[in-house]
Design a protein around this ligand. Structure first.
Ligand SMILES: O=C(O)CCC(=O)C(=O)O
Ligand SMILES: [Fe+2]
Length: 262
C-alpha cells in the first residue's frame, strides 16, 4: 500500500469507510470552515499558552516543543461540531458499530508541534489494550483535525497504510511510512491498529491539530470524560455531546442514579 486515500467531505460515506478499512487511514478535505478553525484557536489560546513545553526526554511519548491540552469538549465549544461531524461519524459507526451498541469519545487533545521537535515513536492507538493480540479487534479510532496546513517539513502525522492488518512482529520499512499532508480544514482518520506518529518538525512554523478519538461504548476511555467535563458543565451541552462523552449508558454498563448530586 503506497498512499493514504483522499476524499472530500461531500463524498459518499460508504466509499470513505471502505477505503478506510482497506488502508487503515483516510484524509477528508473541506471538513471544517476557516471560521470554525479561528474560533477553536481563540477558545484554546489561554490553555495552550499555559501548557508546559517540556524538555526533551528521549524515552518520552511527546517530543520537546510540543504543547498538549486535553479536555477540549469543556474548553472549546467549537470542537463540538467536529466531534459530531456526520461524514466522520458515519465512518466511525461503520468501523466500530459491529462491536458495540454505541461509541463514545475516547480522548480529546490539541497538539501543537514546534520547530525542532523530533518525531514520535511509531505506535498504535490500541496499545493500551494489549490484552488483545495484534492484529486487535476494532476498539478505537482517531480523527486529527488540521488547524494549520500539515506538511512533511512541519510534522504532518506519519502513517503506515495497511499496518492495521499486520502481525505484531512486522515493523515498518522507511518507504512504508508516509506523511499525511493536508491543508487546514482537512481531517485525517486512522484506525486503532494503524502504526502512526507525529513527524519531526524541521520547519520554522508550528503545526497545530486537534485529535478527537472514538472508542467502543463499553471500553474504558483514555480520558476521564466525567472529570474533564463534569455533569454540571455537561448539563448545558447538547444531548448528542453528552451521549458522546459517555453519559448515556451502554446497555447495562454505566448506570447511575440521577437523584444523587441534585
Ligand atoms: O501529533 C500527531 O500527528 C500524532 C499524535 C499521536 O499519535 C498521539 O498523540 O497519539
Ligand atoms: Fe497516537
Amino acid at each position: 500500500m503506497t498512499s493514504i486515500p483522499e476524499f472530500d467531505s461531500k463524498d459518499k460515506s460508504q466509499s470513505i469507510a471502505s477505503a478506510f478499512e482497506d488502508a487503515g487511514a483516510v484524509v477528508i478535505h473541506n471538513a471544517q470552515s476557516a471560521e470554525n478553525i479561528s474560533a477553536i484557536k481563540q477558545e484554546l489560546r489561554p490553555h495552550m499558552e499555559a501548557a508546559p513545553l517540556e524538555m526533551d526526554d528521549p524515552e518520552g511519548f511527546y517530543p520537546a516543543n510540543t504543547r498538549r491540552v486535553i479536555a477540549l469538549i469543556a474548553r472549546s465549544p467549537s470542537t463540538h461540531p467536529l466531534a459530531l461531524h456526520s461524514t466522520v461519524n458515519n465512518v466511525v459507526a461503520e468501523h466500530l458499530g459491529s462491536n458495540c451498541e454505541s461509541y463514545h469519545l475516547h480522548v480529546t487533545a490539541a497538539l501543537e508541534i514546534g520547530p525542532g521537535a523530533r518525531a514520535q515513536v511509531l505506535h498504535r492507538e490500541s496499545d493500551p489494550f494489549d490484552y488483545f493480540p495484534i492484529p486487535r479487534p476494532n476498539l478505537v479510532m482517531s480523527a486529527m483535525w488540521a488547524l494549520t496546513d500539515f506538511r512533511k517539513d512541519n510534522g504532518a502525522t506519519l502513517i503506515v497504510p495497511g499496518s492495521h492488518k499486520w502481525e505484531a512482529e512486522r515493523t515498518a520499512e522507511p518507504d512504508e511510512i508516509l506523511n499525511a499532508e493536508m491543508p487546514a480544514g482537512s481531517v485525517l482518520l486512522w484506525t486503532g491498529g494503524t502504526l502512526h506518529a507525529a513527524a519531526a518538525n524541521v520547519s520554522q512554523d508550528w503545526r497545530y491539530g486537534i485529535i478527537l478519538s472514538y472508542g467502543l461504548g463499553w471500553l474504558r476511555q483514555e480520558e476521564n470524560m466525567f472529570l474533564d467535563t463534569p455533569a454540571d458543565i455537561a448539563a448545558n451541552m447538547p444531548e448528542e455531546i453528552r451521549d458522546l462523552l459517555g453519559f448515556k449508558p451502554h446497555g447495562s454498563l454505566g448506570l447511575f442514579d440521577p437523584s444523587v448530586g441534585g
